[in-house]
Design a protein around this ligand. Structure first.
Ligand SMILES: Cc1cc2nc3c(=O)[nH]c(=O)nc-3n(C[C@H](O)[C@H](O)[C@H](O)COP(=O)(O)O)c2cc1C
Length: 330
């Protein structure tokens, strides 16, 4: 798949996720094998107003590239201005969100609201493409509801507007994040457009990544929730793709020590980019993912969420893993 200068074969991408795909997490996923990472979505209104929260999300590190900045909004002028502001951070490309289903985005005619008005989606995309000197891609859904599937029309319009690729979250807006994603649309979309089509939705394991490529002919696969607390999924997916592991056998997953090592590495990245109090507080949501499935992890989690220093957390986590190894439970 090519997006501008970026050439990725069998790409496995990290999905944009608000409050999750901040800079430390993106670097972590890149280190574990993600081919392209995306920022959390950033409000075009916020960028134009120079709101601190929006502007802070523009920060990219060299190590995470290629990386995309994702923006959302419903007003053409504001989106153009926001896109121009975003490219000052030198992203490899810009992505426009036309998939967010939450009410306070949709009522502003942004995100998935554009699925109700594909012509406006086309105008918005064209305006942003014309305004910046980096490739522009789009992330959207199948349609508003099961009876209003518009993805084939949208895909053609997005291509006509000059988009470099389209990511399709294979659910409708009214499904939110529930119900099964319908990958059968991917080959149908590929029949009507030539730009790369990236599959998203319900890719939960390395095996799913292989299945998605084989069943649909997608140009790349994007992983969202399954990467939370589990950046190893990229390593596993890459290994599975190389070995073409379609047998369905479970691959050996990361050991307890590898999980704790990764957790500490990720926490260090948080400290690198945030004041320590904030890093400790905001990292709490990640422990359950890193320790998931390990015997007796709840006591350890209860301890570390009360701790206020990196050294104490590190000591507690390694004590936990040493104990597991001592009883052969790792
Ligand atoms: C916590 C969370 C935050 C999300 N934030 C964004 C976002 O900022 N931009 C976006 O395009 N999609 C966002 N999404 C949707 C994901 O990118 C993805 O499309 C969705 O989770 C389906 O993929 P999955 O089944 O692999 O999780 C978010 C999803 C979750 C769970």
């Amino acid at each position: 798949m090519r997006i501008g200068e970026i050439l990725v074969n069998d790409g496995v991408l990290l999905a944009p996720m608000e409050d999750v795909t901040n800079l430390p997490f993106r670097v972590m996923c890149k280190r574990k094998g993600a081919d392209i990472v995306y920022t959390e979505f950033i409000s075009s209104d916020g960028l134009v107003r120079e709101a601190a929260r929006s502007v802070s999300k523009l920060q990219l590190a060299d190590e995470e590239r290629p990386a995309a900045i994702q923006i959302f909004g419903g007003d053409v002028g504001t989106m153009v201005e926001a896109a121009q502001r975003a490219v000052e951070s030198n992203p490899n490309f810009l992505d426009i969100n036309y998939g967010c289903w939450v009410k306070n985005v949709v009522v502003r005619n942004a995100g998935a609201a554009l699925l109700k008005d594909p012509q406006q989606m086309q105008r918005l995309t064209r305006a942003v493409v014309d305004a910046v000197n980096v490739p522009v891609t789009v992330k959207t859904r199948l349609g508003w509801s099961k009876t209003e599937i518009v993805i084939l029309d949208v895909a053609r319009r997005i291509q006509d507007a000059g988009a470099a690729a389209i990511t399709v979250h294979c659910r409708t807006r009214d499904m939110g994040h529930d119900g099964a994603a319908d990958w059968t649309w991917i080959p149908r979309i590929k029949e009507v457009i030539q730009i790369p089509v990236i599959l998203n939705g319900d890719v939960k394991t390395a095996h799913d990544v292989c299945t998605a490529f084989k069943q649909t002919g997608a140009d790349a696969v994007m992983i969202g929730r399954a990467a939370i607390g589990n950046p190893f999924i990229f390593t596993e997916a890459k290994r599975a793709l190389q070995n073409d592991l379609m047998s369905g056998h479970a691959q050996p997953s990361a050991s307890a020590r590898e999980r704790v090592d990764a957790c500490i590495e990720h926490l260090k990245l948080e400290f690198q980019f945030k004041p320590s109090k904030r890093a400790i507080h905001e990292f709490r949501k990640h422990y359950s993912g890193y320790l998931r499935g390990l015997p007796n992890n709840s006591l350890t989690r209860q301890d570390i969420v009360r701790m206020d220093s990196f050294d104490k957390i590190e000591e507690r986590l390694y004590r936990f893993v040493n104990e597991l190894e001592a009883i052969g439970a790792s």
